[in-house]
Design a protein around this ligand. Structure first.
Ligand code: GUN
Length: 293
């Protein structure tokens, strides 16, 4: 079994980005600038956004964190987005999800200028991705592509089974891996909550990508020998013996599945760190106006 070490790979890619930032700023040009909007005090969201801001510092980007109380109105939030859209000093920005219930996430996502949508969540970027046009790829699928590519994992012609059909992971990674591209050219099966016999499909997988948010859902009996496993789940499972009162668990039962896998991502330290790297890569593209000219 080989571990796909997302933490290490993310560090390598960040070093590469940092070199590019040094080259940019060496002639006095300003560095790329990412802004993040965080609403409320959800602990997981706070931790993700802290990580994004820290990663900007590590590579030499400028970053702005805009924090708002959970009772902000939707129109106040939309005003902040309008300002960020119009601010030439900011190359890209994200609004951390989930948002409080009284705010319509769809309206918020649609308000972000696709040119600054470095999360790749706007339907314009999703549509461009689906048609193979230049776009900002959503962070998690982009991170998965990087992992497969940098670990030289053969994808072409493989049976790839994706579990979970979310707009931000399952659906886009299915589209990306079926594209005529590299990594791509795989045969995709997309499983979801209405799939009749998930294990029937997962046992056929050469590459198994799991993103459904159920701790240790995929067990050893559900995979074949030699499978490549990408575990996107990050679940907090209560554990009184843990320092913080919980442990992070993936959607895959690591010990059971690792015993049969040729490659597997750990949780934590697998896909998670790669998503932040994707965001930095998209911000660099935004700075260079590579996507929309
Ligand atoms: N919430 C969970 N993942 C993400 C992400 O990649 N971007 C944003 N904006 N919110 C998230």
């Amino acid at each position: 079994m080989n571990l796909i070490d997302g933490k290490h790979l993310a560090k390598t890619i960040k070093e590469e980005i940092a070199e590019q930032v040094t080259a940019i700023t060496s002639d006095g040009s300003r560095p790329p600038h990412l802004a993040a909007v965080l609403v409320g005090d959800d602990p997981a969201s706070q931790s993700y956004v802290r990580n994004k801001v820290r990663s900007c510092e590590q590579v030499g980007f400028e970053s702005s964190l805009i924090r708002k109380e959970a009772d902000i109105t939707e129109s106040e939030l939309l005003e902040i987005i309008d300002k960020l859209n119009a601010d030439d000093a900011i190359d890209g920005f994200i609004v951390q999800l989930p948002l409080p219930k009284h705010i319509n996430e769809e309206r918020v996502t649609l308000a972000i200028d696709p040119k600054k949508d470095v999360d790749g969540f706007h339907p314009v970027n999703f549509g461009r991705m689906a048609q193979g046009l230049s776009c900002y790829l959503p962070a998690t699928p982009f991170g998965i592509l990087q992992m497969l590519d940098r670990y030289n994992i053969e994808v072409e012609g493989k049976e790839c089974v994706v579990v979970g059909r979310s707009n931000i992971v399952g659906s886009p990674i299915s589209i990306l891996l079926s594209r005529k591209a590299s990594p791509g050219n795989a045969t995709i099966t997309l499983c979801h909550s209405r799939t009749k016999d998930i294990a029937f499909h997962t046992r056929r997988a050469d590459i198994l990508i799991v993103a459904l948010g159920r701790p240790e859902f995929i067990t050893g009996d559900m995979v074949k020998e030699g499978v490549v496993v990408i575990d996107v789940g990050i679940n907090r499972v209560d554990d009184e013996t843990a320092k913080r009162g919980y442990r992070l668990r993936g959607d895959v039962h690591f010990d059971e599945v690792a015993a049969k896998a040729s490659y597997i991502t750990p949780v934590p330290g697998g896909v998670g760190p790669m998503t932040v790297t994707s965001l930095l890569m998209n911000t660099l593209k935004a700075y260079r106006k590579e996507v929309y000219g």
